[in-house]
Design a protein around this ligand. Structure first.
Ligand code: 15L
Length: 276
């Protein structure tokens, strides 16, 4: 049985994944916080990924890493810098030094959140992050590309939508990623013999998807779920939202500002409509 390190294992996605993959792999679950749920046979190792010594310790002797650790929403720059930028570098570099070849990097729909909802994008589009969080995911994708090309590592980047059994609003109808589809895509990322550097979208086969996910399908992904069965119900309940957010794939992330500004933002630096 392969040993898989999951960082950020106590988050929602980590918890789904630990459940789904429990019978398939020996899981080493790592986080700064306690695990939300204990699963028999899974080992917990506490670590702060912003400390290189911690990442060297937890990446030793594993066959692959699913690097979920870090902020999973917008946050202050200092937090994003240490958890998502430095943390990501530490995990990739520690893996290299410990001879771990394969890393699955759950990047995010927020790496491309400033694409409009009337655009269909594939894995080759230029990133358009919608937040500091989105920028940190683009950093991770770029670092994955470097480690693949320079060090021959095998990097599988999944631009994750929203992991849930049920979509929670209209935007999530387009990006729903059910736990069983997540488990299938992660298994492909771990097992596929010919991964060098790949970007795929981590979403189910949603009718309202704004992704061309042919790269994932080429690698054998056959999602089982489609959010459409929830559409009528969701659309009936949906209230009109922020007009700028509604235009873009990233939704509220394009307008979210975690840090109260000392002075109001000048008009020119507010999110604007673009035709790119
Ligand atoms: C993400 O990238 C986040 O990790 C998750 O918490 C959700 O907010 C998701 O995007 C989303 O866009 O719904």
């Amino acid at each position: 049985m392969k040993t898989i390190l999951i960082t950020g294992a106590s988050g929602d996605v980590g918890t789904h994944l630990r459940r789904e993959l429990a019978a398939k792999y020996q899981i080493r679950a790592s986080d700064l916080r306690d695990l939300k749920e204990k699963i028999k046979g899974q080992k917990f190792v506490r670590a702060d990924i912003s400390k290189f010594s911690d990442t060297l310790r937890i990446t030793k002797g594993v066959d692959a890493i699913v690097h979920l650790g870090g902020y999973s929403v917008e946050g202050p720059w200092e937090g994003i810098l240490s958890a998502n930028i430095i943390g990501c570098y530490n995990v990739f570099e520690a893996a290299r030094r410990n001879g771990v070849k394969r890393i699955l990097f759950p990047t995010s729909n927020h790496a491309t959140g400033f694409y409009r909802r009337d655009q269909t994008i594939d894995h080759r589009v230029y990133p358009k992050p919608d937040s500091r969080y989105g920028v940190s995911k683009v950093f991770g994708e770029a670092l994955a590309s470097l480690y693949a090309d320079k060090y021959g590592m095998e990097m599988f980047c999944m631009r994750i939508g929203n992991v849930n059994a049920v979509p929670i609003d209209k935007r999530r109808l387009s990006i729903l990623f059910t736990p069983r589809d997540l488990a299938q895509l992660v298994t492909i990322g771990i097992e596929h013999p010919a991964i060098r550097f790949e970007i795929v979208y981590g979403v189910s086969r949603n009718k309202r998807s704004w992704y061309d996910n042919s790269n994932a399908y080429r690698l054998g992904y056959k999602p089982q779920d489609d959010s459409e069965i929830f559409a009528a119900d969701i659309l009936r309940r949906e209230q009109p939202g922020d007009r700028t957010a509604e235009q873009y794939q990233g939704g509220m992330f394009v307008v979210a500002e975690e840090i109260p500004n000392p002075a109001p933002l000048p008009k020119s630096s507010r999110p604007c409509r673009t035709n790119r």
